[in-house]
Design a protein around this ligand. Structure first.
Ligand code: NAD
Length: 482
């Protein structure tokens, strides 16, 4: 698979080598290089944005009728599906997720383009009630050049989530993928071009966030940034946006509580909690990383959970049997190990995991075992800070009042899970917990038609849903004299 030839990047439709430093993208399961490319330079960023602006003004993309742009987006969805297996295998190499997960992400990217194509065709401009000798209506216009800045944990799905509605709205889009996972954004740009999106309307600019992401965010021709990533980076982007009076949407970190009540279906809850924290190696903004279990079932539940965690198949992402792959980089694994040490120094006990697994081809990759810590309170640093890895902190609770207070005691409020057979209790808890998404008797399920986003330090704004398209448009009110 590895070719030592440098991969071209996409500077507003020009496929050429980036002007920045060369680097290698590594396969997290083996540490071996899978691609070499040059990051873009700040001069490339300026050129891409100016060309993208020119394409927005002259290519006719913004002026196409909704059904014409929708037809192109439907072709994008079709091409993603047609090339699905190749894309899923490439993404596995890019980010180390198990093949079953990358297949699902590729399918979700196709579904996202399909959804926003359909949404575009059905958007209505509204006539507002008249309050004088005029007719008023509210219309929406594309913004121009918008930027999509994405993290490394769910490439293709995160990029599609921004690219599809931004293109549907008629904009030019500059995508800045995470430095360590550049391949899927480049593939999407190629597919968009193949589907008929005019050259220059999509750019992909890989490189360091603090240099390239910063230059994109500050550029005067960039009219909106849609960002997914860490809360510290999100706040930095929000400051720049405030200076430019630029709207932003921020999908940020999480430390999501999962609550298991004593009347829960335990088989169902055990597998749901395991999936919620350990799928994607816990490298998921919505990972259910704080577990609260009713004290009366705590011991039994933890015994079953630990057995389940031990039984998870951690290993080769190419195998369909694998349930957990490696972590993204060696450095990220070291950070997770430091968090587990911190948890122990704060008085925590490792119930299971907490080591690097060996053998079965795992020695060179960045593997780590599914880890459960007990004996800590919700105030411990490891209970409060986002670890972004396969580490669960489990705590018993005595009553619902205490449960809600602890679940909501976090700077984050992205997601939450409730496991109970009692509809009324689950409803009450689901309404009382502060979170952008609440799952009841399930976890980590997604639908593109349902808005997604966070409260507090977990973000600003919502993606997905039919309304998601309006993020990328300016609203205009028109008065017609009668
Ligand atoms: P990160 O904030 O380090 O990077 C995200 C992106 O921002 C990357 O492309 C990066 O290069 C870029 N970037 C970094 N510094 C920048 C700057 N100064 N200006 C502009 N861009 C900059 O995050 P990460 O480590 O790639 O991803 C993990 C984080 O993402 C976790 O906190 C996770 O919870 C969060 N996340 C959130 C969601 C969500 O939907 N809420 C989804 C996935 C990941």
């Amino acid at each position: 698979m590895f070719s030592s030839e440098l991969l071209p990047v996409n500077i507003a439709g020009q496929w050429r080598l980036g002007g920045g430093d060369a680097y290698e993208s590594l396969y997290p399961a083996t540490g071996e290089p899978i691609a070499r490319l040059n990051a873009v330079s700040v001069a490339d960023v300026d050129e891409a944005i100016e060309r993208a602006h020119h394409a927005f003004m002259t290519s006719g993309w913004a002026q196409k009728l909704p059904h014409e742009r929708a037809a192109v987006l439907h072709r994008v969805a079709h091409l993603i599906r047609e090339q699905g297996e190749t894309l899923a295998q490439k993404q596995r190499l890019d980010n180390g997720k198990p093949i079953n997960e990358t297949r699902a992400l590729v399918a979700s990217a196709a579904g996202t383009f399909q959804f926003f194509a359909a949404a575009l065709e059905t958007l209505e401009e509204t006539i507002t009630p008249s309050r004088g000798p005029f007719v008023t209506m509210s219309v929406h216009e594309p913004m121009g050049v918008v930027a999509a800045i994405t993290p490394w944990n769910s490439p293709i799905a995160s990029e599609a989530q921004k690219l599809a509605p931004a293109l549907a709205a008629g904009n030019a889009v500059v995508v800045k993928p995470a430095e360590v996972t550049p391949l899927m954004a480049l593939e999407l740009a190629r597919i968009c071009e193949e589907a008929g999106v005019p050259k220059g309307i999509v750019s992909v600019l890989p490189g360091k966030g603090s240099v390239i992401g910063d230059a994109i965010t500050k550029h005067p021709l960039v009219k909106r940034v849609s960002f997914t990533g860490g809360t510290t980076t999100g706040k930095h982007i929000a400051h720049i946006a405030a200076d430019k009076m630029m709207p932003v949407s921020l999908e940020l970190g999480g430390k999501s509580p999962t609550m298991v009540l004593e009347d829960a279906d335990l088989d169902h809850a055990v597998s749901g909690v395991l999936y919620g924290i350990f799928s994607s190696s816990g490298e998921s903004c919505i990972a259910g990383s704080r577990l609260f279990v009713a004290r009366s079932i705590y011991d039994e539940f933890l015994t079953r959970l630990a057995e389940g965690a031990n039984a998870l198949r951690v290993g080769d992402p190419a195998s369909e049997q694998t349930q957990m792959g490696p972590l993204i980089t060696a450095k990220h694994r070291e950070g997770i190990e430091r968090y587990v040490e911190l948890g122990v120094s704060e008085g925590g006990r490792i119930r299971t995991g907490g080591v690097r697994p060996h053998g079965n081809g795992r020695d060179k990759g960045y593997f780590y075992t599914p880890t459960i810590l007990e004996g800590l309170t919700n105030n411990a640093r490891i209970s409060q800070e986002e670890i972004f890895g396969p580490v669960l902190v489990a705590m018993p609770f005595d009553n619902e009042e205490e449960l809600i207070a602890q679940a909501n005691d976090s700077v984050y409020a992205l997601a939450a899970g409730v496991w109970s057979r009692d509809f009324k209790r689950a409803w009450k808890l689901g309404r009382a917990v502060q979170a952008g998404t609440v799952w009841v008797n399930t976890y980590k399920q997604f639908s593109v038609s349902t808005p997604f986003g966070g409260w507090r330090d977990s973000g600003l704004g919502r993606e997905k849903g039919r309304e998601g398209i309006f993020q990328y448009m300016e609203q205009k009110s028109m008065y017609w004299g009668t």
